[in-house]
Design a protein. Structure first.
Length: 563
């Protein structure tokens, strides 16, 4: 137990605050408790997705840790949505906005209840950046805990996950598997609690948060249903109390060098394209200057070392068994790729946290040595050109095609594009374009995992380029480019693209362009009219307030260059 922290509170001290105290007495707070720090446990528990179905028990463990350390812990909840369930439907428009709903709701409770510190627990994709955005805005100490990865499913000796099912749809459409086999894959893919098992968005962002220093060592790779995860949560409750003791705040941890550590870890492990969007948003909330150019700068330096899904064959549970993210952090540290002096939620530096982490052995083949990487540089590449002046994002791990030139096949909705693919109207060499699905245009910048997985299942994953101003899932692989900005809704060049225009994607040159002259683009722009923005409810509020994806698709107005 730490020292007794006597909190001087403008909320609970003196006679005027008797009503405030009365409310909390009803939930079990005592006279002695009012002398202690009030510590929130922000849980994203929900039964709507396996990523979060177990977080209620984890929140109790975090509460126990905070109480044992000397605090007065209180659990409160916020929302989650499941990308895997909403994928390919209109519900996917709510996915990215949920990130901001989560951030706003946690900030609201922490601020309204005048909490002294908090632990945030998240599982599914948007929980993690949502929690971190709230932490970055906070003026109180905080620790993040990841709910953990799901175990792989098995069928006929093969490991399965949710992406196996999406790709199974393409194989089924192609006639390669029958109804029974597709159902077998569906029923075996998700065996229990936890977030999608590969280096998809949840595991990517959990890794990034650990590298940022905002979660305890090992939190990102401890599986959901493991003793280590329960211990992780208890220790997080203790750790946030100790941050109060030491006067360590998120602003002390979330520095430019910390974000460089996060980007480095994501590049080395071959993380999701969504990491670009979310790290930009977290940095914006922390008022740290991080841009897309920082990703390209580090991409040129950091090799890709991991054989992890979706482009590889292993899952996060496999990485856990050989030492997890701590072993990778030590490898990166020992080879000079991380800023070891960055402060973390342990109260120690990155170098101190991982000095005794496991050493990766030569027997394992999940993480390659620096002498034999999968790529000499990182797999997340920011592309620019006359089709995307402010930047688009490609993930090139496992992609053999360095340059693709072909005719544009242009669609204004994912549904129309999917129908064309399923009807075999998209041919080898085509550049399939889905636009008006950006942050404002979607609205909500939906992910295109469904159609990208169908292309892979039909054997077109590296024969057809798929371009969009929307996003891709961390489970997406193949010749895909997302986050094209400015988006079509705001008059970006992608809005002016016409059927048959020749488009080139070059990952080595980091370029994305169309063979259309500036004069012709000016003519097309003169004839272009923006579609009306969505106006109703959450999506309407989001469409009118969200920034360009090249700025992280943020709804805050601090440090904004546009709206």
């Amino acid at each position: 137990m730490g020292k007794d922290l006597r909190i001087k509170s403008h909320v609970f001290d003196d006679s005027k605050r008797a009503p405030n105290r009365a409310m909390l007495r009803a939930v079990g707070v005592t006279d002695e408790d009012f002398k202690k720090p009030m510590i929130g446990i922000a849980s994203t528990w929900s039964e709507v997705t396996p990523c979060n179905v177990h977080l209620d028990d984890l929140a109790i463990n975090a509460k126990d840790g905070a109480r044992a350390a000397g605090g007065v812990p209180m659990i409160f909840n916020t929302i989650t949505v499941s990308d895997g369930i909403s994928m390919g439907t209109s519900g996917m428009r709510y996915s990215l906005p949920s990130r901001d709903v989560i951030a706003d709701s946690i900030e609201t409770v922490v601020g309204a209840e005048n909490l002294d510190a908090y632990v945030a627990i998240g599982g599914c994709d948007k929980n993690i950046p949502g929690c971190l955005i709230s932490i970055a805005r906070s003026d109180v100490p905080a620790v993040f805990v990841y709910g953990g990865t799901i175990a792989p499913g098995y069928r006929n000796g093969q490991k399965l996950d949710i992406v196996s099912v999406f790709e199974g749809v393409g194989k089924h459409n192609n006639g390669d598997i029958d109804d029974e086999e597709l159902r077998g894959i569906e029923c075996a893919a998700c065996p229990g609690a936890g977030s999608c098992g590969g280096m998809y968005t949840a595991n990517t962002m959990a890794t990034a948060v650990e590298a940022l220093g905002m979660s305890l060592p090992g939190s990102s790779s401890n599986p959901a249903e493991s003793p280590e995860k329960f211990e992780d949560c208890r220790k997080a409750g203790e750790a946030v109390y100790h941050l109060l003791e030491q006067g360590i705040y998120p602003k002390d941890i979330l520095t430019k060098k910390a974000f460089e550590n996060a980007i480095t870890a994501v590049m080395a492990l071959g993380g999701s394209t969504n990491a670009v969007l979310h790290l930009l948003a977290i940095a914006n909330a922390a008022q740290v200057d991080v841009t897309m150019d920082d990703f390209n700068r580090l991409q040129a330096k950091v090799p890709h070392l991991a054989d992890l899904k979706p482009s590889g064959k292993y899952v996060m549970e496999d990485l856990f068994k050989i030492g997890g993210v701590p072993a990778v952090m030590r490898l990166l540290l020992d080879n000079g790729y991380l800023h070891g002096d960055c402060l973390t939620v342990t109260g120690k530096t990155i170098a101190e946290n991982y000095a005794d982490a496991p050493v990766l052995t030569e027997e394992q083949d999940i993480i390659r040595p620096f002498s034999n990487p999968y790529r000499e540089n990182g797999p997340l590449v920011v592309l620019k050109g006359n089709l995307s002046p402010t930047g688009a994002v490609a993930k090139v791990s496992g992609v053999k095609v360095k340059r693709h030139t072909g005719p544009a096949r242009v669609f204004n909705t994912e549904e129309e594009a999917t129908e064309a693919v399923m009807n075999n109207e998209i041919k080898e060499g085509d550049v399939l374009v889905i636009r008006y699905v950006g942050p404002k245009g979607g609205p909500g910048m939906p992910e295109m995992l469904s159609i990208s997985a169908i292309l892979v299942g039909k054997g077109l994953g590296q024969k057809v380029a798929l371009l969009t101003d929307g996003r891709f899932s961390g489970g997406t692989h193949g010749l895909v480019v997302g986050h094209i900005s400015p988006e079509a809704q705001t008059g970006g060049p992608i809005a002016l693209l016409q059927e048959g225009d020749i488009v080139t994607i070059d990952s080595d040159l980091k370029e994305i362009s169309m063979e259309v002259s500036d004069e012709e683009l000016d003519k097309r722009r003169a004839d272009w009219t923006a579609p009306e923005l969505y106006k109703r409810g959450v999506l309407g509020k989001y469409a009118h307030n969200v920034s360009c994806s090249s700025q992280g698709a943020v709804t805050d107005f601090i440090n904004r260059k546009d709206i």
